[in-house]
Design a protein around this ligand. Structure first.
Ligand code: NAG
Ligand code: NAG
Ligand code: NAG
Ligand code: NAG
Length: 714
């Protein structure tokens, strides 16, 4: 079971298993495809060619962000003349390639490759054949590669990533295959992509109904008689009596949807303090033989929004005690191991944060798995731009937003469309159909401070809302509006299209938007970090809360500020150091109040501590090893910016070095300047056994810490 504890100063979490007791699917084969990639920085001729001599390419695992490490690590990648400019944090951009060789044994099966996110304009080739190009760096996509692969022999997948259009975005977005990849093989008759959808039409403390829809596609060449068997498991692992959906014949090339319902008496409800998760397995049988299965976790909870009483979770009033988060993890860039995400969420929870706005783009499945399990509400935001670029960042998504998507899109069909569709509709379909089973998702946000005119925006918003309603009925939509009074949103159509009236930095306008008929709940989607921002939330029952800008300092958004590469709006710094305003929010939000660690003034030694007692070889695991410049009594010396040099022995490797500093400085190698007396080495195991990390600085006494290396899973 998942467990974590919050301890002041040193140890933010124990090494908790991130693998959970969900009923594992068995008939379909889902294989982790993160390891064994080859990488080439820059463009390369014939990089998709099967016989390309690639032995000189660098071996690595994904998640990987080539912009944060640059062409010659450990040399600093940051450059005052970088085309990304201060928007992106002066990071490198352009083209880079990944290749991976693989073999497949189970001939006759459908083969899919699934990417949770590639930044960006990802062209995927299999055995030299271009399978598809996916522009948006924040949405998942899955390609059918059954026809392109060979069974038994060598196969090569090549992925071109291209961030050449710069400035790429208003903030750091990285580059590369920065999220998980997997290969899925199935019977030709199988559950379609995101085809297992669950909701709870009844969710009270005494009774609940779990309704599951399983969409099955028959990509074989004869009609099959399909039946579905559903098995629900409660949070404690108790298995419910299996249920069935009535049989349907599915013609070759067609889909059919099967629905069943399961009644649960006295359900263990999902809430922020006890985020109970059920799991559901749906097994597909064709002509009586089980051939495919798909599982999902789900939470039973009743989340409502009302103009008069605001937001309520299982009948209790709750406010968004939220922070906005960009998706970079500083020294790790966009390639955040799941463990780093867990660490950040744990730190935020200790400040009283209960909600995250994934500004300004959709999060990864790994992140949403954590918010489900750790008890957070999520405002899942689709876009930062629609058809107009934000500023001079010509590489942002406006280029693709309303242009016709090229097949294959890698996502399920867009509801209500049969012909060509613009990319934004594909992306919204992708996000909503992928994410709708997550109890942590409270609302969708269709965009952030969109610069299009209200006349342009209205039909786009209307269409996005139709797609959300078709795929995830019951989940509501808001938008982080920009100056809604002057931009026509209060008097215009937006007010009736958004279910919850949201805007950035405009409390009075949000209150006005809520009042006009019919009244609706409101949300401060973005606010500065002063604790007085909470007054309006407290004073207005219909105001559902706020999201501070931001939870954590982030890279980019510092145009013209070289050699500064990141902005510092956070209530924590980029590695989780709590700022005074962070401690102030603990009091407002009712979290156990902690005090900043005591400081000393005369540096004498380096104290090294590990936040976890062990770390695994899994690419999604990482241990934060903290080195503090300290005085003789062990108090850290906040004024010190001495370079700290780490060394490692045993079966471990330093993945990155980091600190809260936003000065241009490499995150690779063994040395990083202390920021407020502290620097970190981020360590992963390379095998089984004791790992020792030492840290030294100038003439100070060296410190060290040990942790256990483990093989395999987290
Ligand atoms: C699943 O796929 C992997 C990789 O192709 C293979 O090694 C494994 O044997 C497969 N397992 C099953 C149960 O088919
Ligand atoms: C949620 O609770 C409200 C009353 O608080 C009730 O009207 C509604 O039916 C409930 N929704 C579900 C899905 O049970
Ligand atoms: C589909 O038909 C072809 C011949 O047209 C055959 O070779 C193939 O095995 C069939 N595939 C399946 C999944 O039945
Ligand atoms: C499909 O299978 C079910 C049970 O497996 C059976 O009752 C039904 O008659 C079959 N339908 C057809 C059309 O073959």
């Amino acid at each position: 079971m998942f467990s974590f504890r919050v301890v002041t100063c040193l140890s933010y979490f124990v090494a908790a298993s991130l693998q959970f007791a969900a009923t594992a699917a068995q008939l379909r084969n889902t294989t982790d495809f993160n390891t064994g990639w080859l990488f080439h920085y820059g463009d390369a001729a014939d990089a998709q060619s099967k016989l390309l001599p690639d032995s000189s390419w660098r071996s690595l695992s994904v998640p990987h962000d080539w912009a944060i490490e640059g062409p010659n690590p450990p040399a600093s990648p940051f450059d005052s003349k970088a085309p990304s400019a201060g928007y992106g944090g002066y990071h490198p951009s352009g083209i880079a390639w990944y290749r991976k060789h693989f073999t497949l044994s189970d001939s006759g099966r459908k083969v899919y490759i699934e990417f949770d996110g590639v930044m960006q304009d990802a062209s995927v080739y299999v055995n030299e054949q271009l399978i598809g190009m996916h522009p948006y760096g924040y949405t998942s996509f899955r390609y059918d590669i059954s026809e392109a692969v060979s069974f038994g022999g060598d196969n090569v997948v090549a992925v071109k990533t291209d961030t050449s259009r710069q400035p790429g975005e208003r903030f750091y977005k990285g580059a590369g295959i920065y999220r998980d990849v997997r290969i899925i093989t199935t019977n030709p008759v199988h559950v379609d992509q995101y085809g297992l959808y669950v909701n709870t039409p009844l969710a009270t403390s005494s009774a609940a109904t779990v309704r599951a829809q399983t969409t099955v596609i028959n990509s074989g060449n004869k009609t099959v008689n399909v039946t579905i068997r559903g098995v629900l498991s409660s949070p404690d692992g108790t298995v419910f009596t299996p249920v069935a959906a009535s049989a349907q014949n599915i013609a070759a090339g067609s889909r059919a949807t099967f629905t069943f319902e399961i009644s649960v008496t006295n359900p263990k409800l999902w809430d922020l303090t006890t985020p109970n998760l059920y799991s559901l397995m749906s097994t597909v049988s064709a002509d009586g033989t089980p051939i495919d299965d798909e599982s999902t976790t789900l939470g039973i909870r009743n989340l409502t929004f009302s103009a008069s009483t605001g937001m309520s979770l299982n009948g209790k009033s709750v406010k968004f005690q939220g922070v906005c988060l960009h998706q970079d993890y500083h020294g790790l860039g966009m390639a955040a191991p799941k463990r780093a995400m867990q660490r950040r969420l744990t730190q935020l929870k200790a400040l009283g944060v209960n909600s995250i706005r994934t500004s300004h783009d959709p999060p990864s499945p790994a992140f949403l798995d954590l918010t489900d399990r750790m008890g957070f509400l999520v405002l899942n935001e689709f876009f930062d731009v629609w058809t107009s670029h934000k500023y001079s960042d010509v590489g942002d998504y406006a280029t693709y937003f309303n242009t016709v998507a090229k097949a294959p899109t890698g996502t399920p069909p867009v509801p209500g469309s049969s012909g060509p569709v613009p990319w934004y509709q594909v992306d919204v379909t992708s996000v909503v159909s992928r994410d709708r089973n997550h109890p942590s998702i409270a609302l969708y946000s269709t965009g952030n401070e969109i610069h299009d005119s209200i006349a342009t925006r209205t039909p786009l918003l209307k269409r996005m809302k139709e797609i959300v309603n078709a795929l995830d009925p019951g989940r509501l939509v808001t938008q982080a509006l920009l100056r809604p009074a002057t931009n026509g949103d209060i008097s215009g159509a937006t007010r009736t299209l958004v279910d919850v009236f949201g805007a950035n930095y405009r409390e009075a306008e949000v209150l006005d938007g809520m009042k006009t008929s019919p009244a609706r709940a409101g949300l401060l989607t973005e606010e500065t970090t002063g604790t007085n921002q909470w007054d309006a939330v407290r004073a207005n029952a219909g105001l559902t809360g706020l999201f501070l800008w931001t939870g954590v300092d982030h890279l980019g958004e510092v145009n013209g500020k070289w050699p500064t590469i990141g902005a510092v709006p956070g209530i924590m710094d980029a590695v989780g150091g709590v700022k005074p305003i962070g401690y102030a929010w603990q009091k407002v939000w009712g979290a156990p109040v902690t005090a900043p660690p005591a400081t000393g003034s005369t540096a004498s030694k380096v104290i090294v501590t590990a936040e976890a007692s062990s770390v695994s070889t899994d690419v999604n695991d990482v241990a934060y090893i903290k080195a503090s410049i300290s005085d003789v009594t062990g108090k850290f010396v906040a004024s010190s910016s001495s370079p700290i040099t780490f060394s490692i022995s045993g079966p471990g490797t330093i993945v990155a070095v980091d600190s809260g500093s936003q000065d241009a400085e490499s995150f690779r190698g063994n040395t990083r300047k202390a920021y407020q007396g502290v620097a970190y080495a981020l360590v992963r195991a390379t095998g089984e056994g004791a790992i020792i990390v030492k840290a030294s600085a100038g003439g100070l006494a060296e410190g060290s810490v040990g942790l256990g290396g483990r093989e395999g899973g987290m």
